[in-house]
Design a protein around this ligand. Structure first.
Ligand code: RP5
Length: 244
């Protein structure tokens, strides 16, 4: 769907003027004619329905209905779904952080990654956090090890939800980072996942985004159903082997 939409976006120049929250009202202004085309896309279950106003019959554009539909769906996702910002205290955190990136990619969530240290470049970290909302981020994930102040330092400078990943290090096995990340004073929350819990940090970020994004909600539910089926299959195999 995305590939198809990308193609259409390149082939036909049109601009999205307005995207509504719930029903995804997309107004497309044709570059060629200056005329308006309004498409209403319902995305409650991931299937897409396009309702055409009567004026649509008077089509002078080259793209077909079947292609406009995914294009509108794509635009809705791109324009309304918030980005996730992933910040790590050091490039040495990347191997763990990459597990979060893979999950975000799997769910089709847009993200940006930074290396910013609460201790080594505090000004840059503060500026990133304080401008994160206006930069289009909806959730921040902060991964840091040792005396891990990054998640708290970001949270102190934004009202966006901040998820902290305490990173395991060679001296104290991540207990130092866990306590530094989780023990926030009242007023500045950080949602702390397990030590090296990158996968859950991404899933929690997706759960937050899913509150206004039914497609994500459905994907999360599908994944849980799949995981349940896998466990039950394994249970059946073990039961057959030992309880029969
Ligand atoms: C923290 O110190 C980083 O998040 C990293 O986990 C740890 C070690 O950093 P490096 O010395 O490897 O840069 O700030």
């Amino acid at each position: 769907t995305d590939q198809c939409a990308e193609k259409i976006l390149k082939k036909n120049t049109f601009w999205v003027l307005q995207v509504g929250m719930k029903t995804c009202n997309i107004t497309i202004l044709s570059h060629a004619t200056g005329g308006k085309r309004r498409v209403v896309v319902g995305v409650p279950t991931g299937s897409v329905t396009v309702y055409k106003p009567t004026a649509w019959a008077d089509r002078s554009l080259t793209y077909s209905e079947g292609l406009v539909c995914p294009a509108a769906f794509y635009l809705h996702r791109r324009l309304k779904m918030g980005k996730v910002g992933i910040v790590m205290g050091s490039a040495s955190d990347l191997p763990v952080v990459e597990k979060a990136l893979a999950v975000l990619q799997e769910y089709g969530v847009e993200f940006e990654v930074r290396v910013l240290s609460a201790h080594r470049c505090p000004d840059e970290a503060r500026i990133f956090a304080s401008s994160a909302k206006e930069s289009g981020f909806s959730v921040l994930i902060a991964a840091a090890g040792m005396a891990a102040h990054l998640a708290g330092a970001l949270a102190a400078n934004t009202t966006l939800p901040v998820i902290g990943i305490p990173m395991k290090s060679k001296y104290l096995d991540g207990i130092d980072a866990l306590l530094s990340t989780v023990q926030m004073p009242s007023g500045i929350p950080v949602a702390t996942v397990a030590i090296d819990g990158a996968v859950n940090s991404a899933l929690l970020a997706i759960e937050i985004l899913s509150l206004s994004e039914p497609v994500l909600e459905q994907k999360l539910a599908d994944k849980r159903a799949k995981d349940t089926a896998t466990v039950l299959e394994k249970n059946a195999a073990v039961e057959n082997k030992f309880n029969a």
